[in-house]
Design a protein around this ligand. Structure first.
Ligand code: ADP
Ligand code: MG
Length: 729
């Protein structure tokens, strides 16, 4: 393996040319491979077009006859672009996207070969679903699952080196109707939010008929050379380096953040951006991150369901295009210890069909009150369901980030900025019945003008909050970089839907008692602030003081995934998701099980790769170098220079100590794994993997390996080192 390391280094040194990427105007590419409504207009009959629009805008069902027409139109468009195959594209709970390709080609009864794509193939497919995670649902109920067309998300063409495929976005359900993907409950949560948000928005504006949630994600990632990647079995199999001594230079100079983007990476970015533009993904920003070799991209925000599809597609495309450039993209939350991890900030808000952002401070007292309503309801929702929110971002990868000292903590708190913090406090301080005389004072606050200015200052300094208000949206920063955004979005939408429902009830009750509407709203807002302001935190979220303070406030701080996931299956959570028609308790239990299984598998794979790397890579290299030292000492002794060998002996002893410690720890870790593997209960097993395998062994093993890396002759060391992966391009 050491030869792989050196080959990689050599080949980087030799190939310095950067692949050229054409300079096309973005607008010329944008949406080229998407079956937009505009294209639908050109390729569909009037009937087909109208039916498609009605389905997208109002969720109207499309009948078979019309579906045939639509399918024919989509095929015609796709064929005009050289497409031969189609697939239902969906987002199973594995966390990636899934495809099963079929060709348009078919043989008719009389043997004629034709190209065909009918309504039935558009609407429904039965992929062999047995190997997608179902959390026991299919085992218990029915062995089959099917994918069903989601007309609200446009069809698109995926271009890969081997050809072009028409992708039909679908949801994935078991034969008994339980959802097995991220998309279906996401759509349901959006509907739940729409319903309750419209009702509350109608207090302020009767013209609001629809509220959609919006999402703008920011995706962080690392890019390294493919040769180095291939020489690191841990990266290949687990996405992160399980070993590696910190480089002499890490991120302390912060020179990467402000530096120019390296040429090779720049070419890669341009290339994947172009692919994204063709698919209608509105990428807008790209820049270096703080850590060396770390970057970020972000689009213009979109409606949540589209934004989720686009982020899933983006991750797929980033990976494919990186290979074209002999690079690899690392989407893992923590590919390198001691170096910043990667997150996926989820900027989230709501907008009405009248064009108003419900989380943007208003210009008039009335719109101020509307802003405060949605703002305070969100805070209350986050406080009431912070455990579910925490569960929505729990994963083995994100455990390395949350609570580590350069990422938001596992404690869910809300940052609102000093100005709004004071506004909330002021409202809180008022004793209930005083609103009559004084409400004007609050409602006339110049939120619209004051907040953006004050926030700019505040939020840029406070990057430590997991959930921050940033002027006209909340930014959920604790989401992991590999995550499917749907998970946190499902929870956010649902908890706010639920809270708004309750808010409406509370306000209506006061109105019924004869209270003026605005005053009733202020009363309930005040009540909600009082009930939830423990979740507000403006200080340094990375500090130990905050952990202590949060504990005093009774805020949950669950650091490890297996326990964090418990929040998905509490009575409270089941009630929440069932009442809002987002997930049944069976689906929740299944999801809980799936997440636990994913956790177990991840830790298991990492443990295995650690063991293998130690026994067949690290220890042999260390022993080889040990022998060199032994021979040297013997030779010196033969020459009568034994008194000159104390340094060699010292190194030899250190190496021997680490060798012994390592082989001992690896043996014990294997034993611990065996104990865990024998456990039947998934939850118990996941907890055991965390506390019996990962906890006691991962860091301890790593410690000795990383020490050996510094002791053993560089030319014997098999794995590319941090400085090579992070700094050589
Ligand atoms: P930064 O956080 O780097 O200062 P911005 O605040 O401009 O940058 O935006 C960050 C992300 O937030 C972008 O992806 C943007 O599209 C998204 N965003 C902006 N407004 C909204 C909104 N109303 N709803 C959802 N996302 C939004
Ligand atoms: Mg941001």
């Amino acid at each position: 393996m050491s030869s792989l390391r050196f080959k990689a280094l050599e080949s980087i040194a030799q190939s310095k040319e950067t692949p050229l990427v054409g300079t096309t105007k973005i607008t010329a590419l944008f949406g080229e491979n998407v079956f937009t409504l505009q294209k639908a207009r050109a390729f569909l009959s009037d009937e087909g077009y109208k039916s498609l629009v009605a389905s997208i805008k109002g969720g109207k069902k499309i009948d078979r006859q019309v579906a045939n027409q639509i399918a024919a139109g989509i095929r015609q468009w796709a064929e005009s672009k050289g497409v031969t195959h189609f697939t239902h594209w969906f987002q199973p709970l594995t966390g990636t996207s899934a495809e099963k390709h079929d060709s348009f080609f078919t043989l008719k009864g009389d043997g004629t070969a034709i190209e065909e794509f009918d309504g039935a193939a558009l609407i429904q497919q039965e992929p062999d679903a047995s190997s997608f995670p179902s959390g026991g649902i299919r085992a218990t109920f029915e062995a089959r699952g099917y994918t069903a067309w989601d007309p609200s998300s446009p069809a698109f063409i995926l271009e890969v080196s081997q050809g072009k495929t028409l992708c039909i976005p679908t949801i994935f359900v078991s034969y008994t109707g339980e959802t097995l993907d991220y998309k279906a409950p996401l759509l349901k949560s959006l509907e739940a939010l729409n319903k309750s948000a419209v009702e509350v928005a109608n207090y302020f504006d009767k013209n609001v008929n629809r509220v959609s949630a919006t999402l703008g994600w920011e995706q962080e990632y690392f890019v390294i050379d493919e040769g180095m990647f291939n020489a690191r079995p841990d990266l290949v199999l687990s996405g992160r380096t399980v070993f590696g001594h910190a480089p002499a230079k890490g991120q302390q100079l912060e020179d990467h953040y402000f530096g120019s983007i390296p040429e090779r990476v720049y070419a890669y970015m341009r290339d994947f951006e172009n692919e994204c533009y063709k698919l209608g993904i509105p990428l807008r920003t790209r820049h270096n991150e703080v850590a060396p070799a770390q970057f970020e991209c972000a689009p213009i925000f979109e409606e949540v369901s589209v934004a989720v599809d686009h982020n899933t597609l983006l991750m797929d495309i980033m990976d494919r295009v990186a290979r074209r450039h002999k690079l690899r993209v690392l989407l893992h939350e923590k590919p390198f210890a001691g170096i910043n991890g990667s997150g996926k900030h989820n900027n989230w808000s709501m907008s009405t069909d009248t064009g108003v952002n419900l989380l943007a401070p208003g210009k008039t007292p009335k719109t101020n009150l509307m802003f405060l309503t949605f703002f305070v309801n969100t805070i209350k929702a986050v406080y009431d369901y912070s455990d579910v929110l925490r569960a929505s971002i729990a994963s083995a990868g994100n455990d390395h980030r949350l609570g580590a000292n350069e990422a938001p903590p596992a404690i869910i708190s809300v940052f609102v900025g000093q100005y709004l913090f004071n506004v909330l406090n002021e409202i809180k301080e008022r004793v209930g019945d005083k609103f009559d005389e004084q409400d004007e004072a609050i409602l006339k606050l110049d939120l619209h003008r004051s907040i953006p200015e004050l926030l700019l200052d505040n939020t840029d300094r406070n990057r430590t909050s997991p959930f921050a208000f940033t002027g006209n949206k909340f930014e959920f920063r604790a989401v992991g970089s590999t995550a499917n955004c749907a998970n946190p979005m499902i929870v956010l939408n649902t908890i706010l839907a639920d809270t708004l429902k309750k808010f409406k009830k509370d306000v209506d009750a006061l109105i019924e008692k004869g209270e003026k509407k605005e005053i009733a709203i202020m009363h309930v807002i005040r009540e909600y602030i009082v009930a939830s302001d423990k979740v507000l935190f403006e200080g340094d979220g990375y500090s130990e003081a905050w952990e202590k303070e949060a504990e005093k406030r009774g805020l949950p701080n669950v650091k490890a995934t297996p326990l964090a996931l418990d929040a998905l299956v509490t009575e409270k959570a089941k009630h929440l998701f069932e009442k809002n028609d987002v997930l049944t308790h069976i689906e929740l239990e299944a999801r809980h099980e799936i997440e636990l299984e994913k956790y177990i598998k991840r830790v298991q794979i990492e443990a295995r790769i650690m063991g293998e790397l130690c026994t067949s890579h690290i220890l042999p290299a260390a022993v080889k170098y040990q022998n060199v030292l032994i021979n040297n000492i013997k030779g010196m002794k033969d020459l009568g220079l034994e008194d000159q060998t104390s340094n060699q002996k010292q190194i030899l002893v250190k190496i021997s100590e680490h060798i012994n410690k390592l082989s001992d720890l690896v043996e014990k870790m294997i034993e611990a794994r065996k104990v865990c593997n024998a456990m039947d209960n998934t939850r118990t097993k996941a907890i055991a993997y965390e506390s019996q395998v990962k906890g006691p062994y991962f860091d301890a093993i790593r410690y000795s390996v990383d020490k050996l890396e510094l002791l053993v002759d560089d030319s014997y060391w098999p794995l590319p080192k941090y400085r090579e992966m992070l700094f050589i391009r």
